[in-house]
Design a protein around this ligand. Structure first.
Ligand SMILES: Cc1cc2nc3c(=O)[nH]c(=O)nc-3n(C[C@H](O)[C@H](O)[C@H](O)COP(=O)(O)O)c2cc1C
Length: 130
Protein backbone atom coordinates (compact mmCIF):
# COMPACT_ATOMS: atom_id res chain seq x y z
CA UNK A 1 0.00 0.00 0.00
CA UNK A 2 2.88 2.38 0.78
CA UNK A 3 4.14 1.74 -2.73
CA UNK A 4 0.75 2.79 -4.11
CA UNK A 5 0.75 6.03 -2.13
CA UNK A 6 4.31 6.81 -3.22
CA UNK A 7 3.29 6.25 -6.84
CA UNK A 8 0.22 8.49 -6.50
CA UNK A 9 2.28 11.25 -4.90
CA UNK A 10 4.98 10.99 -7.57
CA UNK A 11 2.38 11.08 -10.35
CA UNK A 12 0.84 14.16 -8.64
CA UNK A 13 -2.49 13.63 -10.40
CA UNK A 14 -4.72 10.59 -10.54
CA UNK A 15 -8.19 10.18 -11.98
CA UNK A 16 -11.02 9.09 -9.73
CA UNK A 17 -13.95 7.27 -11.30
CA UNK A 18 -17.27 6.99 -9.51
CA UNK A 19 -20.63 5.51 -10.43
CA UNK A 20 -23.58 7.85 -11.01
CA UNK A 21 -26.57 5.63 -11.68
CA UNK A 22 -25.50 3.84 -14.85
CA UNK A 23 -23.09 6.63 -15.85
CA UNK A 24 -19.37 6.52 -15.00
CA UNK A 25 -17.93 9.87 -13.84
CA UNK A 26 -14.23 10.70 -13.72
CA UNK A 27 -12.21 13.70 -12.58
CA UNK A 28 -8.65 14.62 -11.58
CA UNK A 29 -7.68 14.22 -7.94
CA UNK A 30 -4.42 14.71 -6.09
CA UNK A 31 -4.88 13.92 -2.43
CA UNK A 32 -3.43 10.66 -1.10
CA UNK A 33 -2.41 10.23 2.50
CA UNK A 34 -1.62 7.31 4.78
CA UNK A 35 -3.31 7.54 8.16
CA UNK A 36 -3.42 4.66 10.61
CA UNK A 37 -2.16 2.34 7.88
CA UNK A 38 -4.94 3.15 5.42
CA UNK A 39 -4.96 5.05 2.12
CA UNK A 40 -7.09 8.20 2.42
CA UNK A 41 -8.33 10.70 -0.14
CA UNK A 42 -10.04 14.03 0.49
CA UNK A 43 -12.98 15.87 -1.00
CA UNK A 44 -15.79 18.28 -0.11
CA UNK A 45 -19.31 17.22 0.80
CA UNK A 46 -20.75 19.84 -1.56
CA UNK A 47 -19.26 18.12 -4.61
CA UNK A 48 -21.07 15.70 -6.87
CA UNK A 49 -18.20 13.27 -6.43
CA UNK A 50 -18.97 13.09 -2.70
CA UNK A 51 -22.64 12.48 -3.32
CA UNK A 52 -21.80 9.70 -5.78
CA UNK A 53 -19.45 7.99 -3.32
CA UNK A 54 -22.08 8.10 -0.58
CA UNK A 55 -24.66 6.59 -2.96
CA UNK A 56 -22.25 3.94 -4.24
CA UNK A 57 -18.83 3.56 -2.58
CA UNK A 58 -17.32 1.54 -5.45
CA UNK A 59 -14.62 3.60 -7.15
CA UNK A 60 -11.51 3.16 -9.24
CA UNK A 61 -8.54 5.45 -9.56
CA UNK A 62 -5.84 5.53 -12.21
CA UNK A 63 -2.50 7.33 -12.34
CA UNK A 64 0.29 7.21 -14.92
CA UNK A 65 3.98 7.93 -14.49
CA UNK A 66 7.19 6.96 -16.32
CA UNK A 67 5.61 4.31 -18.50
CA UNK A 68 3.76 2.64 -15.68
CA UNK A 69 0.16 2.99 -14.60
CA UNK A 70 -1.55 2.14 -11.38
CA UNK A 71 -5.21 1.33 -11.00
CA UNK A 72 -6.81 0.89 -7.60
CA UNK A 73 -10.32 -0.50 -7.53
CA UNK A 74 -12.17 -0.73 -4.26
CA UNK A 75 -14.65 0.89 -1.97
CA UNK A 76 -14.36 4.12 -0.02
CA UNK A 77 -15.43 4.43 3.60
CA UNK A 78 -15.92 7.84 5.20
CA UNK A 79 -13.91 8.65 8.32
CA UNK A 80 -15.64 11.52 10.08
CA UNK A 81 -13.04 11.85 12.82
CA UNK A 82 -11.41 15.23 13.18
CA UNK A 83 -7.94 13.68 13.46
CA UNK A 84 -8.30 11.89 10.13
CA UNK A 85 -9.28 15.15 8.39
CA UNK A 86 -6.54 17.11 10.12
CA UNK A 87 -3.91 14.55 9.11
CA UNK A 88 -4.91 15.08 5.48
CA UNK A 89 -4.83 18.87 5.79
CA UNK A 90 -1.42 18.66 7.46
CA UNK A 91 -0.17 16.57 4.54
CA UNK A 92 -1.52 19.14 2.03
CA UNK A 93 -1.04 22.61 3.54
CA UNK A 94 -2.31 24.22 0.32
CA UNK A 95 -5.75 22.72 1.05
CA UNK A 96 -5.94 24.81 4.20
CA UNK A 97 -6.84 27.84 2.06
CA UNK A 98 -10.11 26.13 1.15
CA UNK A 99 -10.78 23.57 3.86
CA UNK A 100 -10.58 23.09 7.59
CA UNK A 101 -11.32 20.04 9.73
CA UNK A 102 -14.35 21.74 11.28
CA UNK A 103 -15.91 23.46 8.27
CA UNK A 104 -18.69 20.90 7.81
CA UNK A 105 -17.56 20.37 4.21
CA UNK A 106 -14.19 18.64 4.39
CA UNK A 107 -14.40 14.90 4.25
CA UNK A 108 -11.93 12.08 3.98
CA UNK A 109 -12.45 8.53 2.80
CA UNK A 110 -10.18 5.51 3.06
CA UNK A 111 -9.95 2.56 0.70
CA UNK A 112 -11.37 -0.80 1.66
CA UNK A 113 -11.46 -4.00 -0.41
CA UNK A 114 -8.74 -2.45 -2.56
CA UNK A 115 -7.08 -4.21 -5.48
CA UNK A 116 -4.14 -2.26 -6.83
CA UNK A 117 -2.56 -3.21 -10.14
CA UNK A 118 0.69 -1.81 -11.50
CA UNK A 119 0.86 -2.20 -15.28
CA UNK A 120 3.20 -1.33 -18.12
CA UNK A 121 3.79 -2.32 -21.72
CA UNK A 122 7.00 -4.07 -20.76
CA UNK A 123 6.28 -6.16 -17.67
CA UNK A 124 3.60 -8.43 -16.33
CA UNK A 125 0.98 -6.71 -14.14
CA UNK A 126 1.58 -6.78 -10.39
CA UNK A 127 -1.41 -6.90 -8.08
CA UNK A 128 -1.58 -5.89 -4.41
CA UNK A 129 -4.61 -6.06 -2.17
CA UNK A 130 -5.17 -4.02 0.97
C1 LIG B 1 -4.68 18.39 -10.34
C2 LIG B 1 -6.00 18.38 -9.63
C3 LIG B 1 -6.12 17.74 -8.40
C4 LIG B 1 -7.35 17.76 -7.72
N1 LIG B 1 -7.46 17.11 -6.53
C5 LIG B 1 -8.66 17.09 -5.88
C6 LIG B 1 -8.80 16.35 -4.65
O1 LIG B 1 -7.88 15.70 -4.15
N2 LIG B 1 -10.01 16.39 -4.07
C7 LIG B 1 -11.08 17.08 -4.59
O2 LIG B 1 -12.16 17.07 -4.01
N3 LIG B 1 -10.96 17.77 -5.75
C8 LIG B 1 -9.79 17.78 -6.40
N4 LIG B 1 -9.66 18.45 -7.58
C9 LIG B 1 -10.83 19.16 -8.10
C10 LIG B 1 -11.84 18.19 -8.73
O3 LIG B 1 -11.29 17.55 -9.86
C11 LIG B 1 -13.11 18.96 -9.15
O4 LIG B 1 -13.67 19.64 -8.06
C12 LIG B 1 -14.14 18.06 -9.80
O5 LIG B 1 -15.07 18.85 -10.50
C13 LIG B 1 -14.88 17.19 -8.76
O6 LIG B 1 -15.70 16.25 -9.40
P1 LIG B 1 -17.29 16.45 -9.52
O7 LIG B 1 -17.50 17.70 -10.37
O8 LIG B 1 -17.78 15.22 -10.20
O9 LIG B 1 -17.81 16.62 -8.13
C14 LIG B 1 -8.46 18.44 -8.27
C15 LIG B 1 -8.32 19.08 -9.51
C16 LIG B 1 -7.12 19.06 -10.17
C17 LIG B 1 -7.03 19.76 -11.51
Amino acid sequence: MERCVAFLKDAEVYYLATVDGDQPRVRPFGTANVFEGKLYIQTGKVKDVSKQIHANPKVEICAFKDGQWLRIAGELAEDDRREAKQAMLDAYPSLQNMYSADDGNTEVFYFTKATATFSSFTAAPETITF
